[in-house]
Design a protein around this ligand. Structure first.
Ligand code: HEM
Length: 423
């Protein structure tokens, strides 16, 4: 991993000497031959209506470590290769999460969740916090949730069939994701629809859930109820959990509730994005219909293909050289996950959607300490939804164009209008 360097960061690690890029270490390579300016990566329009994959392809080949100067967003470095993204995920000592894991306008300052929420803490505190909630996300817990998840999926699909035309993102994937996390958090069933409506409103507006006073008020109320009378749900675990023998503050509990529910936006986009991918590739849908043993590899391919988390950000804790580019302590480093998932150095024919692809070493769930805690749950939800959709033996017809989300943080369909007609 280490390579001799003559820069002032001579003692800092170099991420990978082996894959040295054909770039000039003295400066950013000319981007004039790029399909679109790499600067456009900070524009949601490129992700929604353009072709960010063409830009990332160019960057992987010519500028795998690229500096973006400050604008509305602070300056940052872009990483686009699979091996570099993976290496940064696995090195929390050098690449910290505590100052935020998503780009946000400089005018807004640091993320209020910094040092507080699971996603925004560093070791050793991160490990203790993760330990408090981890029980709900183990394979065993997810197995115990299978029946309630299947029942919820059937009810949601029955409602969608009855409706005739529905939006697969809103009416199916979104509702299912929130019902499941609501169940885990201890939200009573009669409140699931309200939880869904409030989160849906915030996601649709591209806002953080913390901006919804009704939602935050609900979490505060739930926390107070569990403080008075703890049960075995996730909110009770946060209320009763200890870090260094100290309970979490109310602020920490509420913000972690918000973070856990907010994280399910990825699940909703991947669930619906998978249906969209299958509808866009009818040959692959036919194969899956004909051979259900392909479900596990199909799910991994959906995860790779949809890559619903568009980027993760880290902040360098000390100077580090990456492919000859000098990253200073305090610099932000942005990992473009969908780019890593289409890296031709790792995936054969990466722009082909192939439900039989094996191996499939995608990075859709991140990596290292912060590897998605909901990954087993998300995979189970995908398996159940796709299985139930196929078992329904309904025709799935698109009734209008799908609209993509306008975001540089998440990707996938904002709406996917379909009609489910029983055969
Ligand atoms: C297919 C769906 C999903 C995808 C693609 C996804 C993706 C990711 C990614 C890339 C990360 C790492 C972020 C980083 O390191 O900066 C992450 C972390 C996380 N995810 Fe997911 N996620 C999904 C579903 C879920 C679900 C259903 C939950 C349920 C609660 C969830 C909860 C979390 C949490 C709490 C973290 C932070 C973990 C930590 O920092 O230790 N995710 N997810």
């Amino acid at each position: 991993m280490t390579a001799p360097t003559t820069t002032p960061a001579a003692t800092a690690p170099t991420l990978s000497a082996a894959a040295a890029a054909p770039t000039s270490p003295a400066g950013t390579p000319p981007a004039s031959d790029a399909p679109a300016s790499p600067n456009a990566l900070v524009d949601p329009a490129l992700h929604a209506d353009g072709d960010p994959f063409a830009v990332w392809r160019w960057m992987r080949a010519h500028a795998p470590v690229r500096r973006h100067e400050a604008g509305e967003l602070p300056a940052f470095w872009s990483l686009t290769r699979h091996e570099d993204i993976r290496a940064v995920y696995r090195d929390p000592a050098v690449f910290s999460s505590a100052r935020g894991v998503l780009l946000r306008p400089a005018a807004l300052g640091d993320d209020p969740g910094g040092g507080t929420t699971l996603a925004l803490t560093d070791p050793p505190r991160h490990k203790q916090l993760r330990g408090i909630v981890a029980d709900w996300f183990t394979a065993r817990s997810v197995r115990s949730l299978e029946e309630p998840m299947r029942a919820a999926t059937r009810a949601i699909l029955a409602r969608a069939v009855e409706q005739g035309e529905c939006d697969l993102v809103h009416d199916v994937a979104g509702r299912l994701s929130i019902y499941v996390i609501g169940h885990i958090m201890g939200v009573p069933e009669e409140d699931h629809e309200s939880l869904f409506a409030w989160t849906d409103e915030a996601f649709a507006a591209g806002l953080s859930l913390a901006s919804s006073p009704r939602l935050m008020g609900y979490f505060i109320d739930l926390m107070n109820r569990r403080t008075a009378d703890p049960t075995d749900d996730l909110t009770s675990m946060l209320v009763c959990g200890l870090i260094d023998d100290e309970p979490l503050t109310e602020y920490e509990i509420v913000l972690n509730c918000e973070n856990l529910v907010g994280a399910t936006e990825n699940g909703r986009l991947a669930l619906a994005g998978g249906v969209q991918a299958l509808l866009d590739h009818p040959d692959q849908l036919r194969r899956l219909r004909g051979d259900r043993s392909l479900m596990p590899s199909a799910i991994e391919e959906v995860l790779r293909w949809t890559s619903s988390a568009t980027h993760s950000m880290r902040t360098a804790t000390r100077p580090v050289d990456i492919h000859g580019r000098h990253v200073e302590a305090g610099d932000r480093v942005v990992l473009w996950v969908p780019s890593g998932n289409r890296d031709e150095a790792v995936f054969d024919d990466p722009d082909r959607f192939d439900i039989t692809r094996t191996p499939n070493r995608h990075l859709a769930f991140g990596g290292g300490e912060h590897f998605c805690i909901g990954s087993t749950l998300a995979r189970a939800q995908m398996r159940i939804l796709y299985t139930e959709l196929l078992d329904l033996d309904a025709r799935i017809d698109r009734t209008g164009p799908a609209h993509p989300v306008h975001s540089i943080a998440v990707r996938g369909p904002e709406t996917l209008p379909v009609r489910l007609t029983p055969r």
